[in-house]
Design a protein around this ligand. Structure first.
Ligand SMILES: Nc1ncnc2c1ncn2[C@@H]1O[C@H](COP(=O)(O)OP(=O)(O)OP(=O)(O)O)[C@@H](O)[C@H]1O
Ligand SMILES: [Mg+2]
Length: 388
């Protein structure tokens, strides 16, 4: 029996019009890089192409007349036939299967990852099927490598987070000792130490106070990743209002004008999102320009499946060369004395936005103001909105 018997249909079916002459179906069949089989609904192979011989290691003569089961590893052969019968039964007329991943078997007995798609042929002589099989060993290996790499990265991140948490937590105790004994020393030996000694003690106490702030903020930062709190449906306007309430004094003292547009409903971690708005609006007030009160605008635009939020100010702005670094932890552009802070605020914002599957970035014109952008995935479509 010719290996191509099943393909030798009449001219109309075996030739395809091409710009210069015609192409025979057989030539096309053999030119395929994937293994192709023509087989009966019972799974008996009637024809196969060159790639089938190359991939499975059997010659066409060894394959034609045999069952498709020959191509699969034990267990997967039965599952292939069973699925095929089910699919054919469900799609009585024409059937184009979705690609299925199975374990293939070569003539040598070696098994490998295989993807096969089955389609019924529009065949005047009776129902026949076309199976296109692809060796996906490399794709599997690449996927496996990505999975392993992701798992390693995740482990490394967890260890780092754990380390940050433990380090910042354990540093608190010795730091308390340093500051309380320095204070005790200053009080007890007040009359004995001279002005220079007092000045030095003052520096030591200032340093300890600052370190306490840094450690506290670092702890807050590392807690973000540990906090797996529930994500609920949240009205972003309410979260923003909550943040503004805690900033009420700063708003009043600076004479800031804050304009909040209509914000959407989002799914997220309420406390974390409040921190996000608090930090961004807080910065917009803190880094105001010297000659004008802060004017802050908060709004959101639709962007595909996400919401794009913007917090705009008319403050002192950020030099372009620093824009990439402001989201790094402890990175500050100002001296502590002029603007209190530790440089954790924007790092927290970045972490929070990322934990919500979004991104954050900033634009700025020095002396004119800054515009912070962040994206958040919106609530799933068709779900009724309610405020958490
Ligand atoms: N709206 C803004 N306008 C101008 N500069 C800003 C603005 N927001 C942030 N910055 C700059 O980016 C730096 C990092 O900001 P971030 O909020 O992380 O830290 P911080 O405000 O200094 O301290 P913290 O927020 O921890 O109290 C700030 O020190 C400031 O120089
Ligand atoms: Mg800040």
């Amino acid at each position: 029996m010719s290996p191509y018997e099943g393909l030798e249909a009449d001219r109309e079916h075996s030739e395809i019009a091409a710009p210069r002459g015609t192409l025979s179906a057989r030539a096309l069949f053999d030119a395929l890089a994937d293994a192709a089989f023509v087989f009966t609904p019972a799974g008996i192979i009637q024809a196969c192409n060159f790639a089938a011989e190359r991939i499975f290691g059997h010659s066409a003569n060894e394959l034609v007349g045999r069952s498709m089961c020959l191509l699969f590893a034990d267990g997967d052969a039965e599952s292939f036939l069973y699925q095929l019968q089910n699919d054919l039964h469900a799609h009585q007329t024409h059937y184009t299967g979705t690609p299925r991943e199975l374990r293939g078997r070569r003539k040598t007995g070696e098994t490998f990852a295989l993807e096969i798609t089955v389609t019924t042929l529009r065949d005047p002589d009776g129902e026949r099927l076309l199976g296109i099989a692809r060796d996906i060993t490399e794709r599997h290996a690449a996927q496996e490598q990505i999975r392993a790499q992701n798992a390693r990265l995740q482990r490394a991140n967890q260890e780092l987070e754990q380390f940050t948490y433990v380090a910042s937590h354990d540093l608190q105790e010795p730091l308390r000792m340093v500051s309380s004994f320095t204070e005790l020393f200053a009080r007890r030996y007040q009359g004995i130490i001279d002005d220079t000694g007092r000045e030095f003690i003052g520096y030591a106490l200032d340093g300890a106070k600052r370190m306490k702030l840094l450690i506290n903020d670092l702890l807050e930062y590392s807690r973000l990743s540990h906090d797996t709190g529930v994500h609920s449906k949240i009205d972003a306007n309410r979260v923003c209002d909550d943040a503004l309430k805690t900033l009420a004094l700063a708003v009043r003292d600076s004479g800031a004008e804050v304009e909040v547009g209509k914000l959407p409903a989002i799914t997220g971690h309420r406390a974390q999102l409040r921190v996000l708005f608090h930090q961004l609006i807080g910065n917009a007030i803190k880094y105001q320009a010297a000659d004008r009160p802060p004017r802050i605008e908060v709004n959101a635009l639709r962007d595909g499946n996400a919401w794009h939020f913007r917090v705009k100010d008319n403050g002192m702005g950020i030099p372009e060369e620093f824009l990439g670094r402001i989201f790094h932890i402890f990175h500050r552009l100002h001296r502590e004395r002029r603007f209190p802070g530790t440089g954790v605020g924007l790092a927290m914002c970045k972490r929070i936005v990322e934990l919500h599957g979004g991104t954050i970035w900033a634009e700025s014109v020095r002396g004119e103001g800054s515009l912070f952008h962040f994206t958040l995935a919106d609530r799933p479509p068709h779900e009724p909105f309610f405020s958490a």
